[in-house]
Design a protein around this ligand. Sequence first.
Ligand SMILES: Cc1ncc(C[n+]2csc(CCOP(=O)(O)OP(=O)(O)O)c2C)c(N)n1
Ligand SMILES: [Mg+2]
Length: 405
Amino acid sequence: MTSATAEAPAAAAPSEGGSSDDAPGVARGADPDHGLSPERLSGLLYDMMLIRRFEERTMQAYQQAKIGGFCHIYIGQEATAVGAIAALKEGDPVVTAYRDHGHALAKGMHPDACMAEMFGKATGCAKGKGGSMHMFDKPNDMYGGHAIVGGQNPLGCGLGWGIQYTKKDHVALCFMGDGALNQGATHEAMNLASVYNLPLIFVLENNGYSMGTDIARGTAMAHDQRQRAEAYGMRYAECDGQDVLDTYVTFRDEVKRTRNARPINYNEKTGKRESIPTYDVGGRTPGPCFINVKTYRYQGHSMSDPQKYRSKDEVSGKQDVDCINRLVAHLIEHDLLDQESIDKLDAKAKDAAKQALAHAEAADPMPRSELFTDVYANPYGPYKQGEPNPAFAAPDAATEAREED
Ligand SMILES: Cc1ncc(C[n+]2csc(CCOP(=O)(O)OP(=O)(O)O)c2C)c(N)n1
Ligand SMILES: [Mg+2]
């Protein structure tokens, strides 16, 4: 979770700016606990278990038609959100795409609010108006959940710029899928982040597919994303997204490098740039960064996907290096956690998921009076600024009760 951030221990750091030649993996010569306390190691495991158990319940509820609309399952990718977000400190903002339940939970959203949102209930994080793709949680600095592919990337720039403008020492994480790589908005955002030297990390959740399209079919130079980052004068790193410790260590180091990004050649007094910035292929330290996380989703693109584009063997091969099993094996091998404690964590995650489902089922639906709130500054629409549009006026209690009959 976001709040407890480990101080960077003597790290088996990836080389400056990362390197595709580094063999990613937990065994980079560092201590097996990577300087993390037993509580923090248990926290990483629990957060991944919670996402998995929560989404198992989500799939069940979807199949029973209790959840409507599109629903994209994150199972398999848990180590990405958990490892990356564990490297943040409280107040560091996150924005992501529509496959967002894992990020929301890792950022500290209550599972009840997350499940109720999918059920369209009043206690959902967005009062049930956003659904699965729009998990938003301002108190935990989770800025959504965005359905337009690549649409979150300019928003990530906005978060980074806001941090810089208000002179806070935060870092923004902007997650995107590989399908977003070729969107115009992504290139615009990467360019701006570099020109302004924003405290922003673009996180490529590279699960190899954009719906049913293999990354290599739709993305030029898919095998070498370093060049994309370097084209914008940005640092580049990559990690094994099925290994939460490798992901954590990579983000810990890059977050540290990015946190102090400041405007380049900017005169505080005149408010002007005094000279034209120069760029290196390795990017600036501190400055924005692009991290390529190699991961994999086990389920289909959404809840309705016959998955004809990949073989069962391919999926089971990836499940063999599952992020949860891998951390469990690592913790046991190095005597960092015993089996009994691990079983307790899983039982706790199962209980939390079961409770979230029970909460969502029992919660009240969003009342009709909320239909036009949080949509426009003028709650009844942009038709006549400052005056409620009578056609959309909230019904009185008697009308609402009649309509429910
Ligand atoms: C601008 C835009 N174009 C097309 C779509 C339809 N669409 C929804 S999801 C998706 C695939 C995106 O894949 P990726 O970014 O790799 O994310 P993943 O599903 O793998 O998490 C597409 C093309 C969309 N939502 N927005
Ligand atoms: Mg993808």
